[in-house]
Design a protein around this ligand. Structure first.
Ligand SMILES: Nc1ncnc2c1ncn2[C@@H]1O[C@H](COP(=O)(O)OP(=O)(O)OP(=O)(O)O)[C@@H](O)[C@H]1O
Length: 705
């Protein structure tokens, strides 16, 4: 830097170090070294390092293991021999069958044991006469043998014409015996030396094969058991060590035949399934309560084991995932992969995902109100939306949607839904409330229609419905929009739809987050026919989401993993196939992202003729009826007058909710846009209305009165 530049910061050059100080420090440092550590301390440290080193531990474990294999093998052989010679096996099986309450099997084992004892008695009796019989047998054998040899000798002598050949066969036999004795004498020594070692080797091999050593001595991979296939003995051992005293005692009574409690282990999707009939005195909920321990005993994570109550009495059904299999994504939705997929509100089922067995999980939406809850950002909107996208492929279904998050998750329903409210403010909640009240009005209109009238399905969707319940605003008549009082507008409208909408196909779906009694009142959650839950924080929330029956039957959304089990739902509904005896099913839903959703929505739009989506519901203002008619007709050439009336009612319940054909006629009479008959039905034409609108005089004669 040149001299005429002024530095903008303080110079930080360190103060010069005194050379003497450096020298002193350099000289002082060796002197400051610690006093030498005594030899015994160093030796102790060395010994400890060697003793605790992983290699030492592995070597010790290996030595102990192989020694213990021999002991284990000996024990197995001894037990097999003992069981082969006594009736203990039959006794054990008898006790097992008795403990499992299977009296039929118990009787059979008792009979078998009895037969075994009789046979054994007969053999022992036979032994008493055996020496006499053996002596007789030997004498007879010797006589026949000697006679035979003599006969052969005579035949040889005659043939060779040499009488000395008579003794030749006998001499050959004597020679053979001599050789055998000679061979035995030579090999006896080595056999005596090798024999015990061969026996030891056999016992070791048997012990190793059966892993007959304590857990601590087994190699690391066998010790952790991670990912080990589920076998009957592993399940029995896991149940025995569950910490339920009566279960443990009963299994001990059964010996290692505790496997008689188990049904066959079946492959079920990415895991296995087995029914366990518990011994009397052990209740199913005692096992259910210990899910984590059972999972750990089975070398699985808690979320990989599901315990439900099977149909048979005293029986729990365990589903155990293959290690890590639940973390694998499931494939894409058929709605994405099959561009020709169709929907039918009445008879079809929405392809929602897969159950844990890997079977397709499809949900019927016909005349069922729906409630999906879960913690934030776990896939609630995606799950709800995928159902709506499927149903949108049925062109008869009308959607009215309020998305109270409003970040565009439902944007693809623009031009598909007749109402689309998107936003989180109180104004949006007010609009959503009025939308649901519109559903009530339509429902009441339908309920008053002549019997047998057919209605097209009308599905109202409120996503993030908790905001509606929590809205603090009151209307001009002092009625609150939120809350759960008899005067609360949103609550009462939902209750009315829940109570009577189903029969006339006015259906409400709600998505809510983190349920509490305040943001999801009891009557509302119980009004839904299909209840589904993503991961939740607590069991009490799970009870709110799915109801006590489902939770008592083993449903456990609170045990799903936040962040990891996104899109995994526990569903309680009669619209989905649930295995007999279970109250819920766990479904891993297909994820349909925004782009795919738009693509499906475009297909649905193509099936319909130009639906006009209303974004804002206006209230209490003077309306221009002709302009409103033009709005609801949209870009469709001809619209049935009936549909025009319906759409007007959606546009403004206050202004048009009570309109009849006469009102429509009153507004359009005398104009070129007058309704006329087309194919026998009254319609209005878009082009004529547009012309009337353009030509009308300015005296406001077309305003709603
Ligand atoms: N079925 C699924 N499989 C895998 N991931 C999913 C699935 N569904 C959703 N997700 C993931 O979870 C994220 C959040 O999904 P979504 O917006 O539907 O959650 P949400 O519960 O509605 O959130 P919030 O209500 O808190 O805004 C998605 O962006 C996606 O990455």
């Amino acid at each position: 830097m040149s001299d005429n530049v002024v530095p903008l910061f303080e110079k930080t050059t360190p103060a010069p170090i005194e050379p003497a100080a450096v020298v002193t420090a350099a000289v002082a440092s060796p002197a400051a070294e610690k006093a030498p550590v005594p030899l015994w301390v160093r030796s102790a440290r060395g010994i400890r390092t060697v003793a605790t080193h992983e290699t030492t531990k592995t070597a010790c474990r290996a030595t102990a293991r192989h020694g213990l294999y021999v002991l284990g093998g000996t024990r197995i052989v001894a037990r097999r021999t003992w069981e082969g010679r006594t009736a203990s096996r039959y006794e054990r099986m008898l006790r097992a069958a008795e403990a499992a309450g299977n009296m039929e099997a118990a009787t059979e084992w008792e009979e078998r044991g009895q037969r075994f004892r009789q046979e054994r008695h007969r053999r022992r009796m036979d032994l008493l006469t055996a020496p006499m019989d053996a002596a007789k047998g030997i004498a007879a054998g010797l006589g026949i043998g000697a006679g035979g040899l003599l006969l052969i000798g005579i035949m040889l002598a005659v043939a060779n014409k040499d009488w000395t050949d008579i003794g030749a066969p006998t001499m050959a036999l004597i020679e053979l015996v001599r050789w055998i004795v000679f061979i035995i004498t030579v090999t006896w020594g080595p056999l005596v030396t090798i024999g015990p070692w061969a026996v030891l080797l056999g016992l070791w091999a048997l012990g190793k094969n059966q892993q007959a050593a304590p857990q601590w001595a087994l190699p690391a991979n066998a010790r952790s058991g991670e990912g080990e296939p589920i076998t009957p003995s592993i399940v029995v051992l896991a149940l025995r060590n569950l910490g339920v005293a009566p279960l443990r005692t009963a299994i001990k009574e059964m010996g290692d035949a505790g496997a008689s409690m188990l049904g066959p282990i079946r492959i079920a999707g990415c895991g296995v399934e087995v029914d366990v009939t518990l011994p009397s005195g052990v209740s199913t909920d005692e096992v259910q309560k210990r899910r984590r321990k059972l999972a750990e005993n089975l070398s699985r994570h808690e979320h990989e084991v599901f315990i439900t109550i099977a149909e048979a009495a005293r029986t729990v059904r365990l589903w155990v995932a293959d290690s890590g299999a639940l973390d694998e994504p499931i494939g894409p939705s058929p709605l994405v992969t099959d561009p020709d997929s169709k929907a039918d509100y009445k008879s079809g089922k929405a392809p929602w995902g897969q159950d844990l067995r890997g079977d397709a999980a499809a949900l019927s939406l016909y005349q069922r109100h729906l409630l999906i809850t879960g913690l934030s950002n776990q896939g609630k909107t995606a799950a709800l939306r995928s159902l709506a996208l499927w149903l949108a492929l049925d062109r008869t279904v009308e959607f009215r949607i309020a998305d109270l998050k409003g970040i565009g998750d439902w944007g693809m329903f623009d031009g598909l839904a007749t109402v689309l409210i998107q936003g989180p403010t109180d104004d949006h909640v007010i609009q959503a409330t009025e939308m649901v009240e519109g559903l009530v009005a339509e429902m009441e209109r339908r309920l008053q229609a002549p019997p047998g009238t057919k209605f097209t399905p009308l599905v109202g969707i409120v996503d993030e419905a908790q905001l509606a319940f929590m809205c603090p605003v009151v209307d001009s008549e002092k009625r609150p929009y939120g809350g759960s009082k008899a005067t609360s507008r949103y609550f009462m409208a939902v209750r009315k739809v829940h109570n009577q909408g189903r029969a006339v196909d006015v259906i409400l779906w709600e998505g809510t987050q983190d349920p509490t009694d305040q943001n999801l009142p009891k009557l509302v959650r119980e009004g839904a026919h299909t209840r589904a839950s993503l991961v939740l924080g607590t069991e009490s929330q799970a009870r709110m989401a799915l109801g006590d029956k489902a939770i008592d039957g083993g449903a456990a959304p609170h045990l799903l993993r936040q962040g990891l089990d996104k899109g995994t739902l526990v569903v309680a509904s009669d619209g989905i196939a649930i295995p007999a005896g279970q109250a819920s099913i766990t479904v891993r839903t297909h994820y349909i992202d925004d782009d795919q959703a738009l693509e499906i929505a475009n297909r649905a739009r193509a099936l319909r003729d130009g639906v006009t989506t209303l974004h804002v519901i206006e209230q209490g203002e003077e309306r221009d009826s002709l302009a409103d008619i033009a709005t609801v007709v949209g870009d469709t050439n001809r619209v049935l007058t009936q549909d025009v009336l319906q759409r007007l009612a959606v546009l403004s319940e206050d202004s048009y909710g009570s309109w009849t054909h006469a009102d429509l006629k009153r507004v359009l009479d005398g104009t070129p846009a007058e309704p006329y008959k087309s194919d026998g039905r009254m319609v209005v034409a878009r082009e004529r209305i547009a012309r009337t609108l353009a030509n009308r005089d300015t005296d406001g004669s077309a305003s709603a009165s």
